[in-house]
Design a protein around this ligand. Structure first.
Ligand code: GLY
Length: 372
């Protein structure tokens, strides 16, 4: 059994478990955390039968009172109407301060259920149980919760750190291939921003499995136990990067901005595609463009750009920028939440494992990077 990771901020500390079969340990872990009140399990239709029903049954078997609520899959569930419905569900059934919300699913469920937990009775406990690669590596750790507003995504929310993050890597075997693939973008990102060893490990696997990867799920192969165990280990290592960064900077005042590598261009491209590109797919394109910016700035050499591109391709993703108007991309980057005093703060790689924040990238250079 691998040791738990721990997020430690100035205000709190909590375990982050990344392990095959981790869901089985939920009842004992809740007991150990002193969470003995009623449990409000929120999931989405994609995981309801597969994981939520057995989890609820196991918890009831251990003596817990469990209420369940399933939201429709997709970003539309991050709405004020759905949030209000969750509040009504909990209030009508007698929610108490000592209770806990359990968020089981991908990023949408984590954000919505986390925000419901943050706001009901001025805040009750939440346990994040991510079932997608993207949410394991990123969203479930660090306490960002929220919903969308008609004027933009994720504009309403709160930092509400979970009491526990339980990522059962067995759940990835039922994830649709495209959802697995997009998750690798964030894993690669964590290698580039902070863990060169992780990046090299990812390269080593690509070398062994073939660089020209046309497998639908990227590299994941549930039938290959040895490979699956290796990939689980890599996911844990990628999660460790998020754990470190959030521990240093809970409220995004400094270090946490580095997690946005690839996201400035990525978000713009995602929006221009009207969300036809998945988040991870857009981040992969964004990382490539931002590495090119770093190269043109003289911060890194072409070798970094090429190694990163090769890895992105090996894990089943693309690097080519879709043929959008460069002005439209630039206009959207100015709306990025990292803009300060009208200057974009770019997170740019100086080497594999090291990034720097720069607000002095000339527009003409950006255009060259995006047109290349
Ligand atoms: N997803 C970036 C962060 O949690 O800060």
């Amino acid at each position: 059994m691998t040791a738990d990771l721990t997020v430690t901020t100035t205000s709190t500390s909590y375990p982050v478990v990344v392990q095959a079969g981790a869901l089985a340990s939920l009842p004992t872990r809740l007991e150990a955390l002193g969470l003995r009140g009623a449990l409000w399990l929120v999931c989405d239709g994609a995981v309801e039968t597969l994981y939520a029903a057995p989890v609820a049954e196991r918890l009831r078997g251990a003596g817990f009172v469990v209420h369940t609520y399933s939201v429709p899959p997709g970003d539309a569930s991050k709405s004020s109407a759905r949030l209000s419905d969750l509040h009504t569900w909990m209030i009508a059934d007698g929610v108490e301060r000592r209770d806990a919300v359990l968020a089981l699913g991908g990023g949408v469920v984590g954000d919505l259920a986390g925000f419901a937990a943050a706001t009901i009775l001025r805040g009750i406990a939440v346990v994040q149980m991510p079932t997608t690669l993207l949410s394991m590596v990123d969203a479930a750790v660090g306490g960002k919760t929220g919903i969308n507003h008609a004027l933009g995504k994720n504009l309403i929310g709160a930092f509400h750190q979970p009491r526990l993050v339980l990522a059962d890597t067995d759940t990835l075997s039922s994830l649709p291939p495209h959802a697995l693939r997009e998750g690798w973008a964030e894993v690669i990102k964590h290698g580039v921003i902070r863990d060169a060893g992780l990046f090299v490990e990812l390269e080593r696997i690509a070398e062994a499995r073939g660089w020209d990867n046309a497998r639908p799920g990227g590299l994941w192969d549930a039938a290959d136990a040895a490979l699956t165990a290796t990939l689980s280990g890599l996911i844990r290592r990628a999660v460790a990067v998020k754990v470190e960064v959030v521990s240093i900077d809970e409220f995004e005042r400094g270090e946490r901005i580095t997690l946005n590598y690839g996201h400035t261009i990525g978000h713009a491209v995602e929006q221009l595609s009207h969300y036809g590109l998945l988040h991870g797919e857009a981040v992969a394109v964004g990382m490539h463009a931002e590495a090119r910016i770093a190269q043109l700035m003289g911060m890194c050499d072409g070798d970094l750009v090429e190694r990163q591109a090769a890895l992105i391709h090996a894990y089943g993703l693309r690097t080519a920028l879709p043929a959008y108007d460069v002005d439209a991309i630039l206009a959207l980057t100015m709306r990025d939440k990292k803009v300060q005093a009208k200057k974009i703060r770019w997170v740019l790689p100086a080497a594999i494992g090291t990034v720097q924040v720069r607000d002095d990238v000339p527009e003409e250079l950006l255009r060259r990077a995006l047109q290349a």
